[in-house]
Write a protein that binds this ligand. Structure first.
Ligand code: SAM
Length: 216
């Protein structure tokens, strides 16, 4: 199937920054108890619903996939960037990571108990979100959960030459209400939401949103 145009730009960007990204964010969750609380609640809900496969979509170097596995889930990661996938496999040899796009996963309907997108829908343009959420709805079992983390804001930022790499990319910042509305329209109504202020140690410049939704 032909892939949407924006995907090749994402792949190029993350292939270039993979090693630096992994070094910078590998232990980030340790200092973010609220973020971990959302992951813990998600894991508990999935386990209480009987467990089953959980996909970390846009997994990057696999740090969140490994965290989910540590919470007792059967987690695997999918990412568009071959460099990210190679790095995730090297770092977490006991886990499964696949190259692919979350917009079109080669997987039958209703075969995931959970989906996590941790700062990875931020590169999907607004007009493509409805079809992305329809794909998540297709993949989840009825009663399955999805967890989304993203930056809050109104305008995308354009990141040019991060850390000296000759790449650039749009990072979409969104209002939680906007994303929640699209999720509800896709049959994934939001069950819980958390917004928090930017971390005061300088890594974050915007408030952060976490939405937990459930397939009806
Ligand atoms: C900001 S990084 C976050 C990585 C990881 N979730 C984490 O928190 O460390 C965004 C990741 O999403 C991936 N990504 C973006 N769009 C994607 C898509 N359509 N399918 C699969 N991966 C995608 C990128 O390749 C990149 O690795």
């Amino acid at each position: 199937m032909t892939q949407p145009d924006h995907l090749s730009g994402i792949r190029t960007f993350y292939d270039a920054v993979a090693v630096d990204y992994a070094a910078r964010f590998h232990d980030e969750l340790d200092a973010k108890p609220l973020d971990r609380a959302m992951l813990t609640a998600f894991a508990e809900l999935v386990r209480h619903a009987g467990g089953g496969p959980v996909a970390d979509l846009g997994c990057g170097p696999g740090r969140v996939t490994a965290h989910l596995q540590g919470l007792g889930l059967s987690a695997h990661g999918v990412d568009l960037s071959p460099e990210m996938v190679a790095l995730a496999r090297r770092t977490h040899p006991g886990l499964r990571f696949e190259e692919g796009t979350m917009t079109d996963l080669d997987r039958p309907d209703g075969t995931l108990s959970g989906i996590v997108t941790w700062h990875s829908i931020i590169h999907t343009p607004d007009d493509l979100l409805p079809q992305l959420f329809a794909e998540f709805h297709r993949l989840l079992v009825t009663g399955g959960h999805a967890l989304f983390a993203f930056q809050i804001g109104d305008e995308p930022i354009y990141l040019d030459r991060p850390l000296g790499h000759k790449v650039s990319l749009d990072f979409h910042r969104r209002q939680p209400e906007f994303v929640a509305e699209l999720l509800a329209e896709a049959g994934l109504p939001v069950q819980a939401r958390l917004s928090r202020e930017p971390d005061d140690r300088g890594m974050e410049t915007t408030p952060q949103a976490f939405l937990l939704s459930r397939k009806e």
